[in-house]
Write a protein that binds this ligand. Structure first.
Ligand SMILES: Nc1nc2c(ncn2[C@@H]2O[C@H](COP(=O)(O)OP(=O)(O)OP(=O)(O)O)[C@@H](O)[C@H]2O)c(=O)[nH]1
Ligand SMILES: [Mg+2]
Length: 295
């Protein structure tokens, strides 16, 4: 039943298996504490979770405690045409790859998708997104290196409006000469997108590198302050044992995790479900089946 996310969580699950040699109905608090810390849940969050729990913890109690850490998913009116996603995040976080994955998902759902190569800082970034656009077979709006990214955002949205497209996904640079430059550039892209289409960008999605674990929280707060993030995508979950950081990232930032990246291919993106995530972890610890906890 919970097959998909387990693929991305394998390394985290391996760490847990080493701590819990035998699955039981109830697990000692000290063992749960060790598991959560080893999986890179922030210590303050671990304490908060364990505070209200008894010395021997049932699956049901732990499920509720862990599940409550995740921020509620905001409902977006995705019927707005075009629905515009702006993708932000630091250098190397996985923005461009994730855009390809999101584009493929939307295309597979029968939507007309257009990409905007808003990372004009590096020529290679434009080329990389063009290659993905070719592979997935979706149109892309781009310009020369060094040109104004907000103009690319504007042109992409305007073209999508004119051609009746359903979805626009805009890439951005992860690094400029200074932090202030990046901050001003992102604000400008948002402002100009809004001139191209009211309410655009509809979602500002922050991409975080999952291998960074909890250290991504500070970085995320900075982006949130600059533009106001609507949702997070955590990439490279396949390459890390720090899956527990997802709890602290979502609860500290009070932002929903929309998807997780579990590989480098365009199909390696999984819609994030807090239930499935928590159950995948609990399946490794407890004897009792998941369905008993969901009643
Ligand atoms: N294993 C794994 N690798 C990933 C995942 N997502 C992205 N990557 C890899 O991470 C590297 C960086 O990804 P990019 O998409 O180029 O990152 P970016 O944020 O666009 O980087 P810049 O354009 O330099 O700011 C690439 O080698 C990707 O293949 C993932 O979910 N799993
Ligand atoms: Mg990129």
């Amino acid at each position: 039943m919970f097959g998909f996310i387990k693929k991305g969580l394998q390394k985290t699950i391996d760490v847990i298996k080493n701590i819990v040699p035998e699955k039981k109905e109830k697990i000692e608090k000290s063992v749960i504490e060790e598991i959560l810390i080893e999986c890179d849940m922030e210590y303050d969050v671990v304490e908060m979770v364990l505070n209200d729990l008894p010395d021997e913890i049932s699956r049901d109690r732990l499920f509720k405690a862990l599940h409550s850490l995740f921020a509620e998913k905001q409902i977006f009116d995705m019927t707005q045409k075009p629905f515009v996603d702006l993708i932000i995040g630091v250098n190397g976080a996985g923005k461009t790859t994730t855009i390809a994955k999101l584009a493929k998902k939307a295309k597979d759902d029968g939507l007309k998708v257009m990409l905007g190569a808003g990372d004009t800082f590096r020529a290679a970034a434009i080329e990389q997104l063009k290659r993905w656009a070719d592979k997935i077979d979706v149109p892309i709006v781009y310009t020369k290196q060094g040109h104004d990214p907000s103009a690319v955002a504007y042109d992409t949205i305007a073209s999508a409006v004119a051609r009746g497209y359903d979805r626009v996904i805009i890439d951005t640079a992860g690094r400029l000469q200074t932090q202030t430059n990046l901050s001003n550039e992102l604000k400008k892209i948002v402002k100009i997108s809004n001139k191209a289409l009211e309410n655009a960008p509809h979602r500002k999605i922050l991409i975080l590198d999952g291998t960074q674990g909890n250290s991504a929280i500070l970085q995320a707060s900075a982006f949130h302050e600059i533009v106001g993030v609507d949702g997070i995508i955590i990439t490279k979950l396949d390459g890390t044992a720090k899956g527990g950081a997802l709890f602290s990232i979502s609860s500290r930032l009070k932002l929903p995790i929309l998807y997780v990246g579990v590989g480098e291919k365009e199909s390696d993106l999984i819609e994030f479900s807090p239930e499935e995530f928590v159950n995948s972890i609990l399946d490794t610890i407890y004897k009792a089946e998941a369905k008993e906890t969901n009643e």
